[in-house]
Design a binder for this molecule. Structure first.
Ligand SMILES: Nc1ncnc2c1ncn2[C@@H]1O[C@H](COP(=O)(O)OP(=O)(O)O)[C@@H](O)[C@H]1O
Ligand SMILES: [Mg+2]
Length: 371
């Protein structure tokens, strides 16, 4: 889906040499596809958001990707295919915006394993191959340095959230509901706290896919027709994860054992939707002070049953990020464009308060295009 463009004439950069045109590429844990987003940024407070594009995965490819979650089996061929799909996505973006300069590409790749306690995180996506295919400089492997240094390697979008929120009233919360959900609390000064809150859409998606074959509970229709089981939600909320102070991060399937087996399709969807909202709302206990607003990005903001449950649980201050003019589908891709610039500038991508790493940590690997 195309976003609005606020990047102006190409000549503008001549007067602002420190601004980069960066293209971010994100394949989220929801397995829905590749998000492409252009931003213009100095990697610090200056961010202008440009056009975006989402390329959905074909079902067969999505299932291949799903089959290697957990780092199972040989992935070499699949990684090359995934990388070529990213290259195609960039070419499609370029075809829609001919002549638009791209200084750097940020390739997040697709997380197939995330076990920071074992100092392992694995994103499929070959930065060297992408640089070669595109003939452009690519930054990839954003999470490894943080994890190697003892951090969670996630979430990484918080510094971007904070840059976007510079002029907004604080304290402010940005909640991303992707496959997994992650929250960024931004305080009055430079204070940021970030962590994964629990499942995002993944449990709901898996439930609906298992029972109906559909990829998601579109507009929360299935959940809307059911009733959440308070007992299941209460049991789920008693999981020690929610009480555990941040830093903390999750793999896509960390909560898959919490899926209720004994409910109707509708009641199960309602229960999982309520559980997802409850998990996000449970983040409040860790915030240094209450937020004035919760801005929600990611595909989960399109699920009205989920948004209503969240709003009810955090006290009527929840709205989609579009309320402040951001693009909730593109934010993660924009974040990796932003982090690509920070990476080449040697600026931190993570902080002790965002991933638990012991000091502000730079990261990402630069793959230069052969010239
Ligand atoms: N209209 C909708 N109704 C309900 N859920 C939706 C809708 N649109 C998107 N979603 C959910 O959002 C997910 C995609 O969100 P996204 O932010 O792309 O996650 P990720 O970053 O993990 O890829 C889908 O898998 C689906 O669960
Ligand atoms: Mg996605």
């Amino acid at each position: 889906m195309a976003g609005s463009s606020s990047i102006g004439a190409e000549t503008r950069l001549q007067h602002s040499p420190r601004l980069w045109r960066a293209l971010g590429l994100m394949s989220g844990t929801s397995l829905d596809g590749i998000d492409v987003a252009m931003i213009e940024t100095d990697g610090e407070e200056r961010v202008i958001c440009g056009p975006t594009l989402t390329i959905a995965y074909k079902d067969a490819f999505r299932e291949r990707l799903r089959s290697v979650l957990g780092g199972i089996g040989p992935v070499g061929e699949l990684e090359a295919k995934l990388t070529r799909l990213h290259a195609d996505a960039v070419e499609q973006f370029v075809a829609r915006h001919p002549g638009m300069r791209i200084d750097i590409v940020g390739l997040h790749g697709h997380t197939i394993l995330h076990r920071p306690a074992e100092r392992r995180t694995w994103q499929l996506g070959d930065g060297a191959l992408l640089a070669r295919l595109l003939g452009r400089d690519v930054v990839a492997d954003f999470r490894s340095a943080d994890v190697a240094a003892g951090g969670q390697g996630a979430p990484l979008a918080p510094l971007f959230h904070a840059a976007l929120a510079t002029a907004l009233p604080k304290p402010l919360v940005v909640l991303n509901i992707g496959g997994v959900a992650n929250v960024t609390w931004i305080g009055q000064g430079t204070e940021i706290l970030a962590f994964d809150t629990g499942p995002g859409n993944a449990l709901i998606d898996d439930w609906v896919r298992h029972h109906t074959g559909a990829a998601a509970d579109i507009d929360g229709a299935v959940a809307h027709a059911g009733r959440a089981s308070a007992a299941h939600v209460a049991r789920f909320l008693a999981t020690p994860f929610f009480e555990r102070p941040p830093p903390k991060s999750l793999d896509r399937d960390d909560f898959s054992q919490n899926v209720p087996g004994d409910l109707s399709i509708e009641d199960g969807a309602a229960t999982l939707t309520e559980m997802t909202a409850a998990a996000a709302a449970a983040a409040v206990r860790h915030f240094p002070s209450p937020a004035r607003k919760w801005l929600v990005c990611g595909g989960g903001r399109r699920n009205p049953v989920l948004m209503e449950a969240l709003d009810r649980r955090v006290g009527g201050i929840v709205c989609p990020v579009e309320a402040v003019g951001w693009d909730g589908d593109a934010l993660e891709a924009q974040a990796f464009a932003y982090l690509a610039v920070r990476s080449v500038r040697g600026l931190p991508l993570s902080l002790p308060s965002t991933t638990g790493v012991s000091r502000p940590m730079s990261g990402g690997l630069l793959f230069t295009a052969a010239r």
